[in-house]
Design a protein around this ligand. Structure first.
Ligand code: ARG
Length: 405
């Protein structure tokens, strides 16, 4: 540029092949400086290595951000309270992380007066939608660049590209699967999993033992909730991050949280998705059990309808939307009496709720019991049924025949 100051792009950098190549590709294609942002969301990656690599490839600034607490507190916890599970099985780990990554990309882009943010997504998945739409919601003036959606290089061509330019890469041996992980879950795709008739092989899993090899003795864990959020495990108060990590270890050791799904992507493709989400499996089960103790039937029925809406919205990249805020306000209101303790049994791949207790339970022993101490007015049932069944009897009298088939 005339004044010698280059345009800037802020790239979400994982440290892997695609985004390493992207640093140089963006510099060349846009004659721009590249700033990278690598985020710690609880995956076991060498973050400092990634930072050094970004700088050696030519990034002018390489941030590493530990966003684990923020991720749990502001993204995972609201989704847990909402009961957000996509298509009834997927706890949305990747989908929840993308808006948080976008938020920090945008923050740095504003600091650096960059004209664009960039990410390494291809054109086939949901993640590109989540990044692009989230960025648009937070900073509509920013461009979003997706090199891997444009450049049309195969993996081998990317490696050639990097060799020609002497880029310091960490090329892992080609993995049998494509994975993404953060502290809320791990996703495994591609390879042999693309045949939906193939049972996921053991080597697809990293966080959970095979249920067949899990301990032969069950383990019980007691989780205490306040305002619909877990605050302690077995009587010990834990931070949100500690709590997720603790349950991850306990449940993973019992093979809990494996999921095998044919998933409907936003871009119209059905794909075979395998997940491991041990902490999410336990926490969603426990949270739901406590809601059944403390919410009325009407609240439960309505919230269940809303849950699917909430999960779809997160999956479809609409985290930063007024719609999500509206739903959150409703969810928060439902959670004010969701408190108490839930006992979960971990055994051979299953997390089963076996006990629950709350000082504000709507389950009342005196009403439920068939033993002495019953306070339910049995005679009142007669009048209730008389009125409740009135429309059915009326219809039978007037329109009569045919109703018995
Ligand atoms: N199917 C899941 C989702 O859309 C997982 C995606 C994992 N992303 C990835 N780039 N491998 O949320």
């Amino acid at each position: 540029m005339a004044n010698g100051v280059k345009k800037k792009i802020v790239l979400a950098y994982s440290g892997g092949l695609d985004t390493s190549v992207a640093i140089r590709w963006l510099q060349e294609k846009y004659d721009a400086d590249v700033v990278t942002m690598t985020m710690d969301l609880g995956a076991n990656t060498a973050l400092d290595d990634a930072r050094q690599r970004a700088l050696r490839i030519g990034a002018i600034r390489a941030d590493v951000i530990d966003a684990r607490e923020e991720f749990v507190r502001d993204y995972v916890w609201p989704a847990l309270q909402a009961g957000a599970i996509y298509e009834g099985v997927y706890p949305l780990a990747t989908a929840l992380a993308r808006p948080l990554i976008a938020k920090h990309l945008v923050r740095i882009a504003l600091e650096e007066q960059a004209f664009a943010v960039a990410h390494g997504c291809t054109g086939k998945g949901n993640d590109q939608v989540r990044f692009d739409v989230s960025t648009g919601a937070l900073a509509p003036h920013l461009k979003v660049l997706a090199p891997a959606r444009e450049w049309g290089m195969t993996r081998d061509q990317e490696i050639d590209y990097a060799r020609q330019r002497n880029l310091p890469l960490k090329i892992n041996p080609r993995s049998a699967y494509s994975t993404d992980e953060n502290l809320w879950g791990r996703s495994i795709e591609a390879g042999d999993l693309e045949d939906p008739m193939n049972e996921p092989p053991e080597d697809a899993f990293d966080w959970t033992v095979s249920p067949a090899k899990a301990p032969n003795e069950p383990q019980y864990v007691e989780i205490t909730f306040r305002d619909g959020l877990p605050v302690s495990v077995d009587g010990e108060a834990l931070s949100p991050l500690q709590l997720v990590e603790h349950l991850h270890r306990l449940a993973g050791a019992h093979g809990v949280g494996r999921i095998d799904h044919i998933e409907n992507r936003l871009v119209g493709i059905k794909s075979r998705e395998v997940y491991e989400a041990p902490a999410a499996a336990v926490l969603h089960a426990a949270h739901r059990a406590l809601e059944y103790m403390t919410l009325t039937k009407d609240q439960l029925r309505f919230k269940e309808r809303m849950q699917q809406e909430y999960a779809d919205l997160v999956y479809n990249g609409l985290w930063f939307s007024a719609h999500r805020k509206d739903l959150d306000a409703y969810v928060r209101s439902t959670q004010q009496y969701v408190r108490g303790t839930v006992r979960v049994k971990l055994f051979k791949g299953q997390a089963t709720v076996v006990g629950r207790d709350s000082d504000v339970a709507l389950y009342q022993h005196a009403l439920a019991t068939y033993d002495v101490g019953d306070t339910f007015d049995h005679r009142a049932a007669e009048g209730f049924i008389n009125i409740y069944g009135l429309p059915v009897r009326t219809q039978a009298r007037v329109q009569g025949k045919g109703l018995d088939k």
